[in-house]
Ligand binder design. Sequence first.
Ligand code: P6P
Length: 348
Amino acid sequence: MSEESKPVARPPRPTYAPIITVQQHILREQRRFAGVSGEFSWLLSGITLATKLIEAKVRRAGLADILGSAGETNVQGEVQQKLDIYANEMLLNALSVRESVAMLASEENEQPLLAHGGSPHAKYIVVFDPLDGSSNIDVCGSVGTTFSILRRTTTDLDSEVSADEVLQPGSKQVAAGYVVYGPSTMLVYSAGNGAHGFTLDPAVGAFVLSHPNIRIPAYGKYYSMNEAYLDRSPAIYQEYVHRLRDGSLGRPYASRYVGSMASDIHRTLLKGGVFLYPPTADHAQGKLRLLYEANPIAFIVEQAGGSATDGHGRILDIQPTSIHQRTPLVVGGPDEMRAFAKIAAAAR
Ligand code: P6P
């Protein structure tokens, strides 16, 4: 048999488990969307690129002149840390050159921003909190990035983009995720087909699949909230936490609270339990933002078998009326959320 006619040998069976990067995973995921021609994965690669650039700065925060406040305050009236500004610029730059992105909305910007002048045919809107929990930076605490991807509300993609198009309920999210910059850096995202975790391998600079198809445990050991506010929260939250503590909800719980939502949520997602940021006397709607904090988290946790409520209904059903609006948030595994719903219903 001549060389040319010999069948080509199959590659040897791999001796190492094949690594799956987030790009490969996204390409596989986007095949589920009819008519998506790689633009979705190109968009998500903008987010992963920006978060790698953020991670590199967070890793060196104590060394480079990046610590401390930039002296400015953002639209939230919060003192902007220099890393906040850097993280925001990385995401704005990386995403505004993605042709499929029509508009960007950030916690750091009062109004949404057109991406590259709002090019025609761009169908996606990206909403994000570039660096959540940034006050933890100076004390070497973990911080996070949260993001939410929506489609434009019009089918006429040549029409002018309106800022109101960002005001969609979380149930309309096409994809959502968060990154935790901790002892390792992890990206957790969902495009509606399960929640998947990727760990950044600094040796190769790739997010590698480490937690496929995350399922939140039926119950956990921890509840997570800022206990300083409990006495100033509505009675149902006080009753709920007291019963978590005294074991009358099935088992006595311990408390864990980092004060950086992405970290507290990540522990709840992997270990089970409940995270809550209730309304307080000072903040009738709680502190967390609906569009770029509660919605992406609620999307991910629901995909992992948990649920998320504002104390009255499903987070993902809330129709936003303003870009930076806040919402109370209770999010966790099946047992803890059933118990909360029972206490809330009994109080109605
Ligand atoms: P508090 C960080 O500022 C943040 O937005 C979330 O990451 C975190 O869950 C919450 O606020 C912490 O708020 O009032 O407990 O300091």
